[in-house]
Design a protein. Structure first.
Length: 174
């Protein structure tokens, strides 16, 4: 009986001591970690922009335009069709490559891609680029990583933080 009473008291004491409030760790000062992250991201974004500038210069894409998001695009064959806009179903052929020239994906192998402009789960840069195009247009589009496959890449052929080059043709809209 004494043994059971001893075990009961030990359990009660351990439960009571574990229920007490433990001191919470202090929240870190946001300034101490945000500023270095912002600075690091700005440096990386500038390096990526410089690499894209070198690519554009090497390929003599003199008429390439830059959008406010950093997307670069050049329509090299004009179509006569309808201008793309949000909510339209776009059908495109494509070649996706890295700045070093390695081809990653192509509609030659996968077939044309269809997506709902502004809504489907494709790269945000593709949604933006297609809205500069008309049916029949062919364009070279360079997407910085934040508009393409981001910090992790596609976990297959496109490495993390990679700018990508799309050679696009807008086949149809509906």
């Amino acid at each position: 009986m004494n043994r059971i009473l001893f075990i009961y008291i030990a359990v009660v004491l351990s439960v009571n001591s574990s229920c007490g409030e433990k001191p919470k760790p202090k929240d870190p000062n946001p300034v101490t970690y945000k500023e270095p992250l912002i600075e690091s991201n700005m440096i990386n974004a500038q390096k990526e922009s410089d690499q894209i500038n070198i690519y554009v210069k090497q390929h003599k894409y003199d008429s390439m335009k830059t959008s406010g998001t950093g997307l670069r695009y050049m329509i090299y064959k004009k179509g006569m069709g309808v201008q793309a806009s949000n909510g339209m179903m776009a059908r495109v052929t494509f070649k996706i490559s890295l700045l070093d020239g390695r081809e990653c994906y192509s509609s030659d192998k996968a077939g044309p891609k269809e997506f709902l402009v502004g809504q489907d789960h494709v790269e945000s840069g593709l949604h933006e680029a297609i809205q500069y195009m008309r049916v029949g247009d062919k364009a070279i589009v360079i997407m910085p990583s934040h508009l393409a496959f981001g910090l992790v890449g596609d976990e297959d052929k496109i490495p993390p933080r990679s700018s990508v080059v799309y050679d696009l043709e807008l086949l149809s809209l509906r």
